[in-house]
Design a protein around this ligand. Structure first.
Ligand code: NAD
Length: 358
């Protein structure tokens, strides 16, 4: 990225805030993409970036992703993201996260933060000491706690919509699902799919995680590299991004790709190539929105309500069906249809908001 303004103009970002404190060796960026639907919301990432521009670019890219995620999920929040430029293993965390909380508080609710790569629920507790504008919190502080089970539930609702399109029924019973990654989301997916009667083939680079799952459920294991070659109905990526690429595309032996991993398509053209091969792709940010839908449900109402949150997550099924309708209507791949669905919602709500209160 050469120019911040050029990048902001291209994707129509609203604000970038750059924060520093010399004595605490603190450097952070808060990017706000679009607040048409509501306050900009999105987690705080802590990462060692190659340089400042890489950090700003990441904050801009991720904040835009959040606008699309909330818009497509029917949630009334805008897109934002914070990044702290630092080693995610940094030890003295309290002053760093309290200071970020102070900066967030200055924005008066225009930006709401949460957990992301390199940050933990404990870090969110520090932020909460300085501002109320933080959503991901442990249950004892009024938050939803661990959201991975709801992310997993949302992915399974997306799988049902995919099965309906390919096989004419939502039924997961008897379907073979190849699960890549048995971390927070993956192991919950295995647990829930097992209850639904799916046949499971699992993998992880962490052997202990594989052993834990294999010893608990009646599942087959595959070597990490072999997961792309498994003959399955559904390939469920729950580990890394970029796994749909030139190398893996010709190996996949499934009908459906539906998982929690972010940025599954290495390049956009891989979304088109999947379509050309006749594979159904559930766009990642539609399928993996469950955790954040559940987590943010309490905003505006103040309290976590499990039934209401779960019901909202379950609507991922209908959201994905709408994506398929748009794909058919406009004759475009599903990943483009998801973007179009999000953009249409933001545009229509902006129309509504033109009318000021009487
Ligand atoms: P996690 O770190 O708990 O689990 C990831 C797992 O993938 C780990 O067990 C790791 O060993 C394994 N892994 C890494 N490389 C692998 C490889 N090459 N082959 C097989 N396994 C490999 O992360 P998570 O919270 O379960 O998230 C999984 C994915 O879903 C990530 O891409 C994350 O960004 C995305 N996501 C998570 C949530 C959530 O609620 N946690 C929400 C939305 C999206």
């Amino acid at each position: 990225m050469d120019s911040i303004f050029e990048h902001m103009e291209r994707y129509d970002h609203e604000h970038v805030f750059i924060c520093q404190d010399r004595s605490l060796n603190f450097k952070a960026i808060i990017a706000i993409h679009d607040t048409t639907l509501g306050p900009a919301t999105g987690g705080c990432r802590m990462w060692r970036y190659e340089n400042e521009m890489a950090a700003i670019e990441d904050a801009l890219r991720l904040s835009r992703g959040m606008s699309y995620k909330y818009a497509a999920a029917g949630v009334n929040l805008g897109g934002g993201k914070a990044v702290i430029i630092d080693d995610p293993r940094r030890k003295d965390r309290e002053p760093i996260f309290r200071l970020l909380g102070r900066f967030i508080n200055r924005l008066g609710g225009k930006y709401i933060t949460g957990e992301d790569v390199g940050t933990t629920l404990k870090d969110m507790e520090y932020i909460r000491m300085e501002t109320e504008h933080v959503v991901t919190l442990p249950t004892y502080l009024g938050g939803a706690g661990d959201i991975a089970p709801m992310t997993a539930f949302g992915v399974i609702r997306a799988m049902m919509a995919c099965c309906n399109r390919i096989y004419g029924s939502d039924d997961i019973d008897g379907k073979t699902v190849a699960v890549q990654g048995l971390g927070a989301v993956g192991h919950n997916i295995v647990e829930q799919l097992h209850e639904l009667g799916a046949r499971l083939v699992v993998t992880d680079i962490d052997r202990e995680k594989v052993e834990a799952v294999v010893s608990k459920y009646d599942v087959q294991r595959a070597a990490p590299e072999a997961i792309y070659d498994v003959n399955s109905d559904i390939f469920c990526p729950c580990a890394l991004g970029g796994i749909i690429n030139d190398e893996t595309l010709n190996r996949l032996q499934c009908r459906i790709i539906c998982g929690s991993a972010n940025n599954q398509l290495k390049k956009e053209r891989h979304g088109q190539l999947l379509e050309d091969k006749g594979l159904l792709y559930a766009p990642d940010y539609i399928a993996n929105a469950g955790g954040t839908i559940y987590d943010t449900d309490r905003l505006g109402t103040g309290a976590v309500n499990h039934e209401r949150g779960r019901e909202k997550v379950s609507r991922i099924y209908e959201n994905l069906k709408r994506v398929f309708e748009i794909a058919d209507r406009d004759n475009i791949p599903t990943f483009q249809a998801a973007d179009r669905m999000a953009e249409e919602r933001i545009r229509k709500v902006a129309e509504v908001k033109k009318y000021a209160d009487g």
